[in-house]
Ligand binder design. Structure first.
Ligand code: M1P
Length: 236
């Protein structure tokens, strides 16, 4: 069985370090199991959040929604995606017209095979991050921006990732692409499993494979790492 985990909101709070007690539990839990990660984030952020030990103990890590693949600590595969001037212009307009309460720097982050865009700015302090997330849950600004990007650029896909940003990549280069790389039964844990969320493509694809009897799949939609922890305890 392959155990596939999202990171932000599933193993850690968004962009924060893993709970030290859960870290110890998880390191034990990983022993003799095939554990794989899939996240919109880049390697540096993921290592910072889960720690070097967990990151390297995983059999494989799919960063940038599967557009950068690491195994044994090495980058073994990557997809290209260049931010076009037209997309940059649209993102700059979003920054200007965003109605979010406060804004900070670092709105556009170019990663391997993916662009991460944050209307509030990735440099926001933790308190402003939490406030934006609360505000956006009602205002649904990120969902609106995702729809606008996909309307203007039908060759692209935009999905809501963690608390303050969206992930943008070429159509189809979403998290579901990792399934093409993995053989055998899969158990997946993710928090953004509803339409518009960046775990949704993987969930949709797993449900299809299950219906067609192509793969045995188990799905766990969690609200936080606490849910994941409680579920994993049952696997002991
Ligand atoms: O996995 C999706 C995103 O999760 C976090 O998003 P945010 O900063 O919006 O909470 C980050 O790890 C981000 O890099 C990542 O794309």
């Amino acid at each position: 069985m392959i155990y596939l985990f999202d990171i932000d909101g599933t193993l850690t709070p968004s962009r924060l370090r893993i709970d030290p007690e859960f870290e110890q539990f998880f390191l034990q839990w990983m022993k003799d199991r095939e554990v794989i990660f899939v996240t919109g984030s880049d390697k540096e952020k993921t290592v910072e959040q889960v720690g070097e030990k967990i990151w390297t103990r995983a059999s494989r890590v799919y960063q940038s929604c599967g557009n950068a693949v690491y195994q044994g600590g090495q980058l073994i595969q990557k997809n290209h995606f260049d931010l076009s001037p037209e997309l940059k212009t649209l993102l700059n307009e979003f920054i200007m017209y965003s109605e979010c309460p406060e804004q900070f720097d670092n709105h556009i982050e170019e990663r391997i095979g993916l662009v991460n865009f944050s209307p509030i700015g990735r440099s926001c302090p933790q308190e402003a991050r939490e406030q934006y997330y609360k505000w956006d849950t009602k205002a649904k600004e990120r969902q609106t921006f995702c729809r606008m990007i996909e309307d203007k650029f039908p060759e692209l896909e935009a999905t809501v990732g963690g608390q303050i940003s969206i992930d943008i990549y070429p159509k189809g280069q979403n998290k579901a692409q990792v399934l093409e790389d993995l053989y055998g039964p899969i158990t997946f844990f993710g928090d953004k499993c509803q339409p518009g969320g960046n775990d949704y493509p993987i969930v949709e694809s797993m449900c299809r494979q299950l219906e067609q009897n192509r793969r045995h799949c188990v799905l766990h939609e969690v609200k936080s790492y606490h849910d994941t922890w409680n579920i994993l305890k049952e696997y002991k």
